[in-house]
Design a protein around this ligand. Structure first.
Ligand code: AHR
Length: 496
C-alpha cells in the first residue's frame, strides 16, 4: 500500500490576499455572449430588467461576480464608443468583422453595460480601442464616463440619462496588440501606451486602474518591455493564455467525446500557466521592485474546435466536467501567485468558449465551470495559506503527465480555513491525510463536484449531470483522511 498523500496547511503563516478579482469575468460582443445570452432588450417577452435577462443576472449574482471586462477582446479595437450612446434606434449598425461578420446594432453601449454591472453588484473593466481609435477618443470616453463639471461631453451623458458619473474601476488601452489589436512590436506598443496614457484624466476619486495589454501564452517579452519602459499611469499588465487539448491553435480538439489521454493533455497544461507566472514574477520583481504593477490574467480558459453546425465565428463549445477541473486548477495556480496576480477573467461569461452559462431562447443551463466558480467563492478575498503536499503521485496517460492532486488553502473572510482540492486522475480516487500544522483537524465540511463521465455535461432539457453535492469527513485516531473521488473538485471548511 503506497503511502497516503499528505497535505499540511500552515494556518499560522498568512500569505498575500487572494483578490476576489481572480474570479472576474469577460463579456465580449461575440456570438450570443451578450446579445441573446444576456441582452434581450426591454421589449422582449423573456423576463428582463431594462433589457438584461433576469434569469442570467440572478445566476451571475449567485456567483458573486466581482467584475466584468467589456466590450472585448478583439472587438474592443474596432469599437467606437460614440456608436453606443443616445437613443438605441438611432445608433449605427456596424459589422462585427472579427466574430462572424454579423450586424452589430450597438444596442448595448456604455449606459447598458454599466446598468448590467450595477445590477450584478460588480466592478466595471472597460477596454478602450487602440487599434482603430485615437488617443482623443480613448481620453474622451473616460471623460464621458467620469466627468463631473458642465463640459458639453458630461452634459451629453446627463442627457442620455445618467447624471452621476459611472464608476470605472479598470481601463485598458488596446487588447492583444501583438495580434488582432494591431500586430505591434512590444517596443512600439510601449511607446503608444506612454503617449496615450498621458491624456487619461479623471477626477482623483474616480481614477481607474490603468491596464496595458501584455503577452500571450509562455511569452514574457511583453511583461519585460512594458514593466521596463512604462512608468506612468500603468497599474497592471494583462496577460492571456488559452488551453487547447492538442496544445495547438490549428486542430484544437473536441470539447466532449475525448479519450483519457486528452483529459490529461488538457489538464496538464495548467503547468504552463504556473510557469509563465513564475517567470513573470522574476521579471516584475526586477523591473518593478516596489510592486506597483500587478499582473492581470484577463483571458484564459479552454478553447475547442467549434461545435459542429455552429457559426465558427461564435466560438460555441460544450462545457464538461473537464472544464470544471481546468478552472479549479487555474484557481489553485492563481492563488499561489496572489501577490502579483490580482485579477483574472475567464473567457467568457455566457455562451462563448468556457462559459458559466449556456442559453437557448428563454432557457439556461449552469455549466460545470459555473459550479467550479461557485465552489471557490470562499476564496474571494481570503488570505492565502502555505501548503505542503507530500507523496503526490504522478498521473500519467500516454505521454501526458501531471501531479495527481492539486491543493490550495486560505483563511476566508468568514474566519474559517478553506481548502480546495482537485483529484485529476480520471479513473482512481485519491486518499489524503489533511493536517493543520502538526495536527489533524476534527472535521471538514463542504462540497464535491464530480460525475461518472469525463465529459459529463449539463444540457438543456435533460437532468444536469454535474452538480455539487455535500462532502464531509471526521478525524479518527488523530487522523483526518479525505477520500477524493476520481476526477473531482472538493472545497471544504476545516473545523478545529
Ligand atoms: O476570447 C476570444 C478572443 O480571444 C478575444 O477576443 C481575443 O482577445 C482573444 O484572442
Amino acid at each position: 500500500h503506497a503511502a497516503d498523500i499528505k497535505v499540511v496547511v500552515s494556518a499560522d503563516q498568512p500569505g498575500p490576499v487572494i483578490h476576489r478579482n481572480i474570479y472576474g469575468q469577460f463579456a465580449e460582443h461575440l456570438g450570443t455572449g451578450i446579445y441573446e445570452g444576456m441582452w434581450v432588450g426591454p421589449e422582449s417577452k423573456i423576463p428582463n430588467v431594462r433589457g438584461w435577462r433576469k434569469d442570467v443576472v440572478a445566476a451571475l449574482k449567485d456567483l458573486k461576480v466581482p467584475l466584468v471586462r467589456w466590450p472585448g477582446g478583439c472587438f474592443a479595437d474596432e469599437y467606437h464608443w460614440r456608436d453606443g450612446i443616445g437613443p438605441r434606434n438611432k445608433r449605427p449598425v456596424k459589422v462585427n468583422t472579427h466574430w462572424g461578420g454579423v450586424p452589430e446594432n450597438n444596442a448595448v453601449g456604455t449606459h447598458e453595460f454599466f446598468d448590467l454591472v450595477e445590477q450584478l453588484g460588480a466592478e466595471a473593466y472597460v477596454n478602450a480601442n487602440m487599434g482603430t481609435g485615437t488617443p482623443q477618443e480613448a481620453a474622451e470616453w473616460l471623460e464621458y464616463m467620469t466627468g463631473e463639471g458642465n463640459a458639453t461631453i458630461v452634459e451629453q451623458r446627463r442627457k442620455n440619462g445618467r447624471d452621476k458619473p459611472f464608476r470605472v474601476h479598470y481601463y485598458a488601452l488596446g487588447n492583444e496588440t501583438w495580434g488582432c489589436g494591431g500586430n505591434m512590436r512590444p517596443e512600439y506598443y510601449a511607446d503608444l501606451y506612454r503617449h496615450w496614457a498621458t491624456f487619461l484624466k479623471t477626477p482623483a476619486h474616480n481614477r481607474p486602474k490603468f491596464i496595458a495589454s501584455g503577452g500571450n501564452d509562455k511569452d514574457t517579452t511583453w511583461t519585460d518591455v512594458l514593466s521596463k519602459q512604462v512608468k506612468h499611469n500603468i497599474d497592471a499588465i494583462a496577460h492571456h493564455a488559452y488551453t487547447f487539448p492538442s496544445g495547438k491553435w490549428e486542430g484544437k480538439g473536441s470539447a466532449a467525446g475525448f479519450p483519457e489521454s486528452e483529459w490529461v493533455s488538457m489538464l496538464s497544461q495548467v503547468k504552463k500557466i504556473d510557469d509563465v507566472l513564475a517567470a513573470s514574477k522574476v521579471i516584475l520583481d526586477k523591473n518593478d521592485p516596489q510592486k506597483k504593477i500587478a499582473l492581470y490574467f484577463d483571458e484564459w480558459g479552454s478553447w475547442y474546435d467549434p461545435e459542429p453546425g455552429s457559426n465558427p465565428g461564435f466560438l460555441v463549445q460544450r462545457n464538461t466536467l473537464r472544464d470544471a477541473l481546468l478552472a479549479a486548477l487555474h484557481f489553485n495556480v492563481f492563488h499561489s501567485h496572489a501577490e502579483r496576480v490580482q485579477m483574472s477573467n475567464v473567457a467568457q461569461m455566457v455562451n462563448v468558449l468556457q462559459a458559466m452559462i449556456l442559453t437557448s431562447k428563454d432557457k439556461l443551463v449552469l455549466t460545470p465551470t459555473y459550479h467550479a466558480f461557485k465552489l471557490y467563492i470562499p476564496f474571494q478575498d481570503a488570505t492565502s495559506l502555505p501548503i505542503k503536499v507530500e507523496n503526490n503521485p504522478t498521473y500519467k496517460v500516454d505521454k501526458f503527465e501531471m501531479p495527481t492532486v492539486s491543493v490550495t488553502a486560505g483563511r476566508g473572510k468568514d474566519g474559517k480555513v478553506w481548502v480546495g482540492l482537485v483529484n485529476s486522475n480520471a479513473t482512481k480516487p485519491a486518499e489524503l491525510d489533511l493536517q493543520l500544522g502538526a495536527n489533524a483537524p476534527k472535521a471538514v465540511k463542504g462540497q464535491v463536484l464530480t460525475a461518472s463521465a469525463m465529459d459529463a455535461q449539463n444540457e438543456l432539457g435533460k437532468a444536469p449531470q454535474v452538480v455539487p453535492t455535500a462532502f464531509e469527513a471526521q478525524a479518527t485516531n488523530g487522523k483526518l483522511t479525505l477520500k477524493l473521488p476520481a476526477k473531482s473538485i472538493v472545497v471544504v471548511a476545516v473545523e478545529g
